[in-house]
Design a binder for this molecule. Structure first.
Ligand code: KIV
Length: 272
């Protein structure tokens, strides 16, 4: 049982900054629907990411690229309804911000207006600076995302650890500093060496949230379906499974099927 469930004050971008200042780690998870968002909010997560990983775990796609703005808004709207404490951040999907800052602003405004999410997340550094700046100008909080950025999987050609080489690591550090300078409130660091993530986190005043980036970041994020063991086909080294829900669900459904087939369900007290 978490000891962090008693403080029910709303988490804001400002409170995340304060958490970094007092060395309190930030716990973030993804969610895509009302019921699960309500459960994980009640359990004490500080931030909920409506990730475009919905493409993988909700829609069954191989990559995050097919996700549309309408689909992200649908998921974020459902999540917002279930959350009373955590900060809700919505991913901007592929094709809604890259190379076109006017489109980026329009997309971010649609997310904020239609879903009620409190911030947006964009993948990339200097390449998307103009888009991020334009969104920030509208008063919309932006979370950056560096390292393994899954929307660029076709450029990378692999989901392997990023920034192991000096040149890529230096660019990542420069991008992280730039994101802080222009006004991002936090940065996700995905699948990079732990030493690099720690170095970046120490050099920034805004919080870093790691996934596969070691323990030196200011917070952690995991995809909910992976950490709950719903999605068992994905087992990277960085993933810790906190439950085996696929077995729980499978057993429960098999039991139900058996009860129906044998006319055990419903019994006399389960009917009118
Ligand atoms: O879409 C997502 O779930 C993410 C996290 C893995 C950080 O971007």
């Amino acid at each position: 049982m978490s000891t962090y469930t008693e403080d029910r004050r709303k988490v804001t971008t400002r409170r995340l900054a304060e958490m970094k200042q007092r060395n309190e780690k930030i716990a973030m998870l993804t969610a895509y629907d009302y019921s699960m968002a309500k459960l994980i909010d009640e359990a004490g997560v500080d931030a909920i990411l409506v990730g475009d990983s919905a493409s993988n775990v909700m829609a069954g796609n191989v990559t995050t690229l097919p996700m549309t703005l309408d689909q992200m808004i649908y998921h974020a709207t459902s999540v917002v309804k279930g959350v009373s404490r955590a900060l809700v951040v919505c991913d901007m999907p592929f094709g809604t911000y890259q190379g076109n800052s006017k489109l980026a602003l329009e997309s971010a405004i649609r997310i904020m207006k239609e879903s009620g999410a409190e911030a947006v997340k964009l993948e990339g550094g200097s390449e998307i600076r103009e888009s991020i700046e334009r969104i920030l100008c509208a008063g919309i909080p932006v979370m950056g995302h560096l390292g393994l950025t899954p929307q660029s999987i076709n450029k990378f050609g692999t989901y392997a650890v990023r920034a192991k080489e000096e040149a890529e690591a230096e660019k990542l550090i420069a991008d992280a500093k730039m994101l802080e300078e222009i006004g991002c409130f936090a940065i996700v660091l995905e699948k990079i060496p732990a030493t690099l993530a720690k170095r970046v986190s120490e050099q920034l005043t805004i919080p870093t949230i790691g996934i596969g980036a070691g323990g030196g970041t200011d917070g952690q994020v995991l995809v909910m379906h992976d950490m709950l063991g719903i999605n068992k086909g994905f087992s990277p080294r960085f993933l810790r499974r906190y439950a085996d829900l696929s077995t729980v669900i499978n057993d429960a459904v098999a039991h139900y099927v058996d009860d129906v087939k044998t006319s055990d369900f419903p019994n006399a007290s389960e009917q009118y």
